[in-house]
Each structure stands twice: as structure tokens, then as C-alpha cells.
Design a protein around this ligand. Structure first.
Ligand SMILES: Cc1cc2nc3c(=O)[nH]c(=O)nc-3n(C[C@H](O)[C@H](O)[C@H](O)COP(=O)(O)O)c2cc1C
Length: 166
């Protein structure tokens, strides 16, 4: 890499492409609210703190789902597995179809998780931080479980890939 160009306007399209070179996993954030399953796919998930146990994800301020989803007492977070590419797209698509044919579990407090995820977290909102056109949502964990035998779904350059297990 050479020197940064000067007076660079940070064009959103180029910026999105630059952000996209950073690989991430994908989670489903979901809950039952007023008897309806609500949720979305998010690649902005990250672990934050062990004590207290916190994770975060960022939600776009344009999200139509978040204003209702954030009302849930508990939010389920599921780390998606390598075979969940279609599920991730479904959880980002038309709201009415987001949970069609998905095998989910609902906790007593309404946290919704996918039964075949790599890790599942039972969470509640710890803090929401305004961050430009997104809101950083810090989630406190109440329970967690995971499996060790599968590979994660990887989101990279606007597409899905998988880790090489070798
Ligand atoms: C792989 C993938 C990752 C995504 N990551 C995020 C994210 O981190 N934050 C976000 O707000 N939306 C993300 N989305 C989009 C949401 O899943 C959803 O489509 C968006 O919130 C619009 O739906 P809504 O208006 O019902 O919220 C992602 C979509 C996909 C397919």
C-alpha cells in the first residue's frame, strides 16, 4: 500500500467495500414480542466483556424491526453455522417470511434462538449507544451454550464463505 490520497471524500460505496474486506461471523438476533417472532441477521456482532458478560451488535437507524424487537424482555442471539447462508438472507428479507421453516426455540422470557446454531445467548439490553447512522447495542448475557463440532458462516465482501477446517 502507498500513501493515502489527500482530500479523500469517504464515498459510502467505497467505504462499504473497504469495510467488507474485514471478515465477520453472522448472528440472528430474535425474540417473541406480542406473540410474533421478530428478528434480523447481523454481521456486526462482537464479544465485548467477560465481567459483566457483554456482547454487542450495531443496528441501522433505518431498521423497521428494531423499534419492536428492542421491547422484548430477552433477546436471543444465535451464531450461524456454515450451512446457514440461506437462513441469513431469509432473516434479512421480507419480515413475514423471516422465520418460515426455521427450527427455533423460545425461552420463557421470549428469547428466540435457532436450534442448530453454533452458539446461543440469552441476553437483555445493557445499553444503546448512538453511533452515526447506527446504534451500538450492548447486550448483557444471562445464559450461553455452544457446540464445538461445526464451522461458522463467514460474511466477507458482501458474500458468504466458510473457514477451512484443515
Ligand atoms: C449477512 C447480513 C448481515 C447483516 N448485518 C446487519 C447488521 O449488522 N446491522 C443491521 O442493522 N443490519 C444488518 N443486516 C440487515 C438486517 O438483517 C435487515 O435486513 C435490516 O435490518 C432490514 O430489516 P428491518 O427493517 O426489518 O430491520 C444484515 C444482513 C445480512 C444478510
Amino acid at each position: 500500500m502507498t500513501r493515502f490520497p489527500t482530500n479523500q471524500d469517504l464515498d459510502p460505496v467505497q467505504l462499504r467495500q473497504a469495510f467488507g474486506v474485514f471478515p465477520s461471523g453472522v448472528v440472528a438476533v430474535a425474540a417473541e414480542v406480542d406473540g410474533h417472532l421478530l428478528g434480523l441477521a447481523a454481521s456486526s456482532f462482537t464479544s465485548v466483556s467477560l465481567d459483566p458478560p457483554l456482547v454487542s451488535f450495531s443496528v441501522a437507524n433505518t431498521s423497521k424491526t428494531w423499534p419492536d424487537l428492542r421491547r422484548a424482555r430477552r433477546l436471543g442471539v444465535t451464531v450461524l453455522a456454515d450451512h446457514h447462508g440461506g437462513v441469513a438472507r431469509q432473516l434479512a428479507g421480507p419480515v413475514a417470511d423471516r422465520f418460515t421453516r426455521l427450527d427455533v426455540g423460545v425461552s420463557g422470557d421470549g428469547a428466540v434462538t435457532l436450534t442448530d446454531g453454533l452458539a446461543r445467548f440469552d441476553t437483555s439490553i445493557y445499553r444503546e449507544v448512538e453511533a452515526g447512522d447506527h446504534t451500538i447495542v450492548l447486550l448483557e448475557l444471562h445464559a450461553a451454550d455452544h457446540v464445538d463440532h461445526s464451522l461458522p458462516l463467514v460474511f466477507h465482501r458482501s458474500g458468504f464463505g466458510r473457514l477451512d477446517s484443515a
